[in-house]
Design a protein around this ligand. Structure first.
Ligand code: C2R
Length: 174
């Protein structure tokens, strides 16, 4: 297991099955940082090191973690296994690659049996996993809820700016 500790008490844990997933999963960390949410990060595998994974999951609540983001490619057992071992909410990130280019991972993470829930985001979309994690935390955190409002308003503003620009350039070329 390799872990990267955040200086503050982590509210989110970001875990992925291999160091080869690190680049894709870095978008989760970048988004959590943007919201000022402390997180811990670990490379762990349900297939390759199941006992180490179980020990890590057991310690999550004690370390202050409230939401887990779990990313894996191929026959992705990791998010489902974490969900089986904890009652914390788990958000799964399917990762592309291999012979089926992520289709295997998407189905493995989304098609959980009833009673063991994993909220699955789109292929490689670690950004949305982090946004969803922040939304869960914001249910009981007004400061974060305010930051989410601003985040959404920024999209609205960018869309309006883009529309104004394209209208202006259409006017200039008419
Ligand atoms: P390597 O590059 O280490 O061979 O890993 C990883 O998430 C990675 O995308 C290839 C892929 O295997 C995935 N992996 C899993 C699990 N452990 C590793 N899906 C698991 O436990 O689910």
């Amino acid at each position: 297991m390799s872990t990267i500790e955040s200086p503050d008490r982590p509210r989110v844990a970001v875990v992925y099955g291999s160091a080869s997933d690190a680049q894709t999963m870095s978008k989760a960390g970048a988004t959590l940082q943007r919201f000022g949410v402390a997180y811990e990060e670990a490379v762990l595998s349900a297939h390759r090191a199941p006992r180490t994974l179980a020990d890590w999951v057991e310690g999550l609540r004690g370390r202050g973690v409230e939401v887990v983001i779990a990313g894996a490619g191929l026959a992705a057992a990791l998010p489902g296994t974490v969900a089986a071992l904890t009652t914390l909410p788990v958000i799964g990130v399917p990762i592309s690659g291999g012979a089926l280019d992520g289709m295997d991972s998407m189905l493995a993470i989304a098609q959980m049996p009833p009673g063991v829930a994993v909220a699955t985001v789109g292929l490689n979309n670690a950004t949305n996993a982090a946004v969803l994690a922040v939304q869960i935390l914001a249910l009981a955190d007004q400061r974060l809820a305010g930051k989410l409002e601003t985040y959404k308003q920024d999209f609205e503003r960018a869309a309006a700016d883009g529309l104004a620009r394209s209208t202006a350039s259409a006017g200039a070329s008419a």
